[in-house]
Design a protein around this ligand. Structure first.
Ligand SMILES: Cc1ncc(COP(=O)(O)O)c(C=O)c1O
Length: 424
């Protein structure tokens, strides 16, 4: 059967739409082209759909499967734990072992709070910042995504004509907009002006590498300046490392850039695909949860996900993992640049470690304006052409590599891009 036919997926989607809104589990997935696909399993860097097509997977569950699918150490840890219970709502050894392992990766900090998703963990970080400072409002940057809460889902994809903040979703509490100061990514001067003119800023929250809108590295010196400004104004600096954590270096952006925020938010990669998030910080800040700041969650720190986290961190701790991420990421990025050049197509490719961004119609993606100017519809069409060639990518142009991707798979992917671009 050709990869261009997804008859069983289509049948399942039609059935799913009778019980699930849009036939999907997050609204975003309803927009998948040609329609949402259904999968039966994954192995290493590949995924198999219900029509029997095998794809090289660059989606990785939208980021968490940093070890690929079915990593033996992860599978052993999770299957062993599930026989002894999924959740206790109480203490167990993995809680401590995982916290110690995470603090070893983030040695500037002394406490961890477990949470379940990046959305929740960012809200917890903001609550702690508000409690610590006695202030209410916060700063975020254009194009950064910190989850889907009313509080934080702002300034991501929707803007007023003057660049101001507008609701991102129907149903959003209007008072959320008044809590936010939105600053262009990389613009230290605008941040300085905001902090000098507002005494009510509790936190500055940012993706240290803007992965959600272009995999854009911070301009040289920018993170250092943000750090200085936050210190000078008594503002809590939060690095949202939901994507970058354990990915662009073992110790994420903190290790890679050597700039230490006050709080780090982690999710996605830290449990190798299971549902886990964390807030890392000083005892002074995180122990506020013992002084009246609520930090709750039925599933927080359950043994199943923390057994997975211990196994994932052990696997990522193996010799050469991050060197391989960098080398393979560069191999893919160079290959994609070559594919664009060979086809004579204007486009740009960014890469940091195992995260790659492909964009049509722009010669570089060095700020959010470039990213928003890219030809998204063309990439969406390419994504379908890639599916038909056995390559599974997310919409938007970001590709994730796992420890399981091989050079051969990367080369096959580059060949698929070359062929798809030649036949657009
Ligand atoms: C940087 C960043 N922060 C927060 C989130 C939200 O995390 P979650 O989807 O686990 O709620 C995401 C999700 O993609 C993210 O990329």
């Amino acid at each position: 059967m050709s990869h261009a036919e997804w008859a069983e997926s289509r049948r399942m989607w039609e059935r799913a739409r009778r019980s699930l809104s849009g036939g999907v589990s997050t609204g975003l997935r309803a927009a998948a082209k040609p329609h949402p696909l259904f999968f039966s399993g994954g192995a290493g860097a590949t995924l198999t759909d219900v029509d029997g097509h095998v794809y090289i997977d660059y989606v990785l569950g939208w980021g968490p499967n940093i070890l690929g699918h079915g990593n033996p150490r992860l599978v052993a840890a999770v299957t062993d734990q599930i026989t002894r219970g999924a959740t206790y709502g109480a203490g167990h050894r993995f809680e401590i072992e995982a916290a110690e392992a995470l603090l070893a990766l983030y040695p500037d900090f002394d406490r961890v709070l477990w949470s379940n998703t990046g959305t929740e963990a960012n809200l917890a970080a903001l609550r702690i910042a508000r409690a610590a400072t006695g202030r209410q409002r916060f700063v975020k940057f254009t194009g950064h995504y910190h989850g889907w809460s009313d509080t934080m889902l702002l300034g991501y994809r929707r803007f007023a004509d003057d660049g101001g903040v507008v609701a991102e979703t129907r149903g959003q509490a209007p008072e959320a907009l008044a809590q936010l100061e939105l600053v262009p990514w990389g613009d230290a001067e605008s941040l300085r002006i905001v902090l000098e003119n507002s005494a009510d800023i509790a936190a500055v929250v940012l993706e240290p590498v803007l992965c959600n809108s272009g995999v854009i590295a911070p301009p040289p010196g920018f993170l250092e300046t943000v750090r200085e400004l936050c210190t000078a104004h008594g503002v809590v600096l939060v690095f949202d490392e939901v994507i970058t954590g354990l990915r662009i270096a073992r110790g994420g952006a903190v290790e890679r850039f050597g700039v230490v925020p006050d709080l780090v938010v982690l999710a996605k990669a830290i449990a190798g695909g299971l549902t886990l998030a964390a807030i890392v910080g000083s005892a002074e800040l995180l122990d506020l949860t013992q002084q009246g700041v609520t930090h709750a969650g039925t599933y927080n720190g359950n043994p199943l996900v923390l057994a997975a986290a211990v196994a994932t961190m052990a696997e990522l701790g193996e010799e050469g993992v991050y060197e391989d991420f960098e080398r393979r990421g560069a191999r893919l990025a160079d290959g994609l640049r070559g594919a664009l050049a060979a086809a004579g197509i204007v486009g740009a490719v960014n890469q940091m470690g195992p995260v790659v961004q492909f964009a049509f119609g722009v010669t570089q993606v060095s700020d959010t304006r470039d990213f928003f100017a890219a030809d998204q519809a063309r990439y969406d069409r390419l994504a379908v052409a890639l599916l038909a060639r056995g390559i599974y990518v997310m919409p938007g142009g970001r590709l994730y590599l796992s420890t399981a991707h091989t050079d051969e798979q990367i080369d096959a992917t580059i060949a698929a891009f070359v062929d798809a671009l030649a036949n657009e």
